[in-house]
Design a protein around this ligand. Structure first.
Ligand code: 3PG
Length: 305
């Protein structure tokens, strides 16, 4: 079978080697398309692919139509909002993800950005510490759990809300489970977002929600830009000079947010999962899933059933 690795944002070279080794040993052929700048390159590369490994690459109906032989797409990562899963299902293409494989990397970046934010982005003025601050984790999935683990090392008081995860699971991790998303924003000095982008969550982080945060609140986003109502957050930051917003996903309104000097930071390109370890874990997991899909029909990680 021919497996295409299509990554606009390339994996670390060691990860690519590992993925290739895994696939070649199983008898597959491997093609690599990295740093493509035009969708036409992707449309051309998928023409004869039986399987595909992607990151946040957009797998649109046009891509799925061009990929006449495609049977399985594995998103090396967690979020699959960049893939038209319903259309893939219509075309009998299995879509899978590799949950948990890059979550530590994303969680570590939360703290990289947070230390920088509480130290005033290293402008020389006295900042604050994370120890003793209340951290609210919105969604207690793989990333949220890693954030909680690291936060405890910083001596933070950790809270979480998850609409789907039972409170006793949260409490068992040594984290205070709150009953509502509103309560999480009300109690937390810092809120870290780990919700997926779904019809329910898109634009859900709005003026009213964030305005519940105590004075000097910090909002951290390593999830998806779509979950934030940018227009409303801009309005709120204009009104509340105490709020900071740090994000790993450049908002559409980056230019407007940049006007809040000293209160806003965005990585230039999404960097949460961009470590050699995360790339290797997620990439090799994707390769193994493809191997077992073709060997035994295994679809354990299918997300478009
Ligand atoms: C994910 O959903 O796994 C993360 O957002 C990482 O995305 P990336 O592979 O595009 O960096």
């Amino acid at each position: 079978m021919k497996v295409l690795i299509a990554t606009e944002k390339p994996f670390a070279p060691a990860a690519v080697e590992g993925i290739k080794k895994e696939l070649l040993e199983a008898g597959h052929e491997v093609a690599l398309l990295e740093k493509y700048t035009d969708n036409a390159q992707l449309l051309d590369a998928v023409k004869d692919a039986d399987a595909m490994i992607v990151r946040s690459d957009k797998v649109t109906p046009a891509v799925l139509d061009a990929a006449k032989q495609l049977k399985v797409v594995v998103r090396a990562g967690a979020g699959y909002d960049s893939i038209d899963t319903a259309y893939a299902k219509e075309k009998n293409v299995v879509v899978e993800n590799t949950p948990g494989q890059n979550s530590n990397a994303v969680a570590e970046l939360v703290f990289g950005m947070l230390v920088s934010a509480v130290r005033n982005f290293y402008n020389g003025k006295a900042g604050t510490e994370l120890m003793g601050k209340k951290l609210g984790i919105l969604a207690f999935g793989n990333v949220g759990r890693n954030v909680a683990r690291i936060a405890k090392g910083f001596g933070m008081d950790v809270y979480a809300y998850d609409a789907f995860c039972p409170a006793d699971v949260i409490e068992a991790a040594g984290v205070h489970a709150v009953k509502t998303q509103d309560e999480l924003f009300q109690v937390s000095d810092i809120v870290s977002l780990h919700i997926p982008a779904t019809p329910e969550t898109i634009k859900s982080i709005d003026y009213r929600t964030v305005n519940q945060m105590p004075k000097k609140g910090i909002l951290v986003n390593t999830a998806r830009k779509e979950v934030i109502n940018e227009e409303e957050l801009l309005k709120l930051m204009g009104e509340r000079e105490d709020l900071k917003f740090v994000t790993d996903i450049k908002p559409d309104a980056d230019e407007e947010f940049s006007k809040f000097e000293g209160r806003y930071f965005s990585t230039p390109k999404k960097m949460g999962a961009q470590t050699a370890e995360a790339n290797t874990n997620a990439g090799i997991a994707a390769a193994k899933q493809i191997n077992s899909f073709f060997a035994t029909g295994d679809t354990k990680f299918q997300v478009n059933k």
